[in-house]
Design a protein around this ligand. Structure first.
Ligand code: FAD
Length: 483
């Protein structure tokens, strides 16, 4: 049937801002009529909360890139705002469309279900596809059919399912309607910061959009992957893929990454295995989110509900600003502020510091990260915060308390990461770079440091903090055993 005679298909982009390996896009084209790509800004997305500020910056650039790619294929992107079911029903009404195509987001399974029924009451059909994860949540199951609570058996079971789906290439063209419905302008959404432009350095690090994702992947396969296992724990070197923000916005699929690391020389096998295992952690976090949709609000392990958290506003602020007096913590928090990103090892150290040294509820840290990270992801962020807190599935035990000095000395032994992000310590030698408070006066003077003035004294003594955290944990356990 010629394209004009088949009703148009609405292709609703959400966190799948790509043309490559996009099953919903192919299905919409296969329907045979014109395709209307739309992105809906949901001012009050239930369940997931509003986007963080760093991700709004990313979204602006990613939508710009997506629209340009769509235009190259003869299509366009319609931008609309409002409650999705109503927006889609209006769009269907004005265009004569009868089906909405989506890739499933999983983070909002309930919403997908609600939207489906709302959409269906408007006489529209919703067609949903997979691509966000290596395997659909619910496919990786224990022998008795339940969800896994521990990562390693999850990973073992996942590998037995075989490889993820073969990724689909982007189509060569997309049939367009005679006229695209009128949408809003991206500029009217005010996604970019103005004064101050705190994202000014983001461009040095990031190129949002599919093209940026592909370039990162190619460079990773050519270079960083070959030292991934050793290098991924060292924050001073670029040894990881830096693909998390692209994955979080769906600009590339994990299946594409998996298959791109196939067929490499045998000596790469160990590094490839490690990389794929990390990708599987993402699937694992999504499987936790599927079981516990309020993963960012509720302890996975309810034994932690009775934990007596403390909250000192000045300490929390010092943590957010990278002014704790512990160089590795401050370097991480400043990297986060400047680039919207933080190295994984340092995420663990800074999260541990907030939770265990300051005894501040992990939910406050999760929220701060959610606002500041370009890769903020409802499953990965909440899952990892709970992992560090000890309240999550397969979590690091609460009594494993990171010592920020020893962690710094072990993983940033030359102090390069600290010197890059905490320039006021740049002239301090390796011996004291992670413990400036132990340095003799003349060493500090030579390095131009005046503790308490040019760089803060530690806001808390780690030894004291450790004992306090362990006592709180013992009290919690005691209460749980009595209860
Ligand atoms: C407290 C805390 C909060 C975090 N918040 C997020 C978040 O909001 N979004 C996010 O994507 N990751 C989060 N992570 C996981 C991890 O730090 C990042 O995925 C990683 O640093 C991204 O860098 P990369 O892409 O170079 O990773 P690579 O080492 O190249 O790994 C490849 C991909 O695997 C996935 N991955 C790697 N490590 C993990 C992990 N521990 N858990 C789940 N998936 C993983 C990511 O999608 C990553 O892009 C968090 C970790 C901690 C400790």
């Amino acid at each position: 049937m010629p394209a004009e005679q088949t009703s148009p298909a609405i292709l609703w982009f959400r966190k799948d801002l790509r043309l490559d390996d996009n099953q919903a896009l192919h299905a919409a084209i296969d329907q045979g009529g014109p395709v209307i790509p739309v992105y809906i800004r949901e001012p009050q997305a239930p369940n997931v909360g509003p986007l963080g500020a760093a991700q709004e910056w990313w979204l602006h650039h990613s939508l710009t890139a997506l629209r340009a790619s769509l235009r190259k294929l003869g299509s366009d992107l319609v931008l609309l705002s409002g409650a999705p079911a109503e927006v889609l029903a209006d769009l269907a009404h004005t265009t004569g469309a009868s089906t909405v195509f989506i890739n499933r987001a999983y983070e909002r399974d309930t919403i997908d279900r609600e939207i489906r029924s709302e959409i269906e009451t408007h006489g529209l059909h919703l067609s949903a596809f997979h691509g966000k994860l290596l395997q659909t949540p619910g496919r990786v199951r224990t022998g008795s059919g339940g969800p896994f609570k521990v990562f390693t058996p999850f990973w073992n079971a996942m590998q037995k399912l075989g490889e993820p789906h073969e990724p689909l290439d982007a189509p060569a063209s997309i049939p367009a309607p005679q006229n695209f419905p009128k949408g809003e302008t991206l500029e009217s959404w005010d996604l970019l910061p103005v004064t101050p432009d705190w994202a000014v350095d983001f461009h040095h690090y990031w190129t949002p959009g599919e093209q940026g994702a592909t370039e990162k992947l190619e460079s990773f396969i050519d270079r960083e992957l070959h030292d991934y296992k050793r290098g991924r724990d060292l924050p001073a070197i670029d040894a990881t893929s830096n693909l998390s923000a692209h994955l979080a916005h769906g600009e590339i699929t994990p299946a594409r990454l998996w298959h791109a690391t196939r067929g490499l020389p045998p000596k790469a096998a160990e590094n490839v295995g490690h990389f794929r295992r990390e990708l599987a952690w993402r699937d694992f976090c999504y499987s936790l989110l599927a079981e516990q949709p309020r993963l960012d609000e509720e302890n996975w392990d309810h034994k932690f509900d009775g934990m007596e958290w403390q909250y000192d506003k000045a300490e929390f602020t010092a943590w957010t600003r990278g002014q704790t007096g512990y160089p590795i913590v401050d370097a991480g928090m400043r990297q986060l502020w400047k680039y919207g990103f933080m190295h994984n090892r340092v995420r663990m150290i800074t999260a541990s510091f907030l939770i265990k040294d300051l005894m501040i509820d992990w939910r406050k840290g999760e929220k701060w990260f959610r606002d500041a990270l370009v890769d903020a992801d409802p499953a990965n962020n909440a899952g990892n915060w709970q992992w560090v807190a000890g309240s999550g599935a397969d979590a690091s035990p609460f009594f494993r308390i990171f010592n920020p000095i020893l962690q710094g000395e072990k993983f940033d032994s030359d102090g390069d990461y600290v010197r890059e992000h905490v320039p006021e310590l740049a002239k301090l030698g390796n011996k004291y770079i992670h413990r400036p408070f132990d340095a003799p006066d003349h060493v500090l003077k030579e390095a131009g440091i005046e503790l308490g003035k040019t760089y803060p004294k530690p806001i808390i003594d780690h030894g004291f903090a450790r004992d306090r955290a362990l006592a709180a944990y013992r009290a919690l356990r005691g209460a749980a055993e009595e209860g």
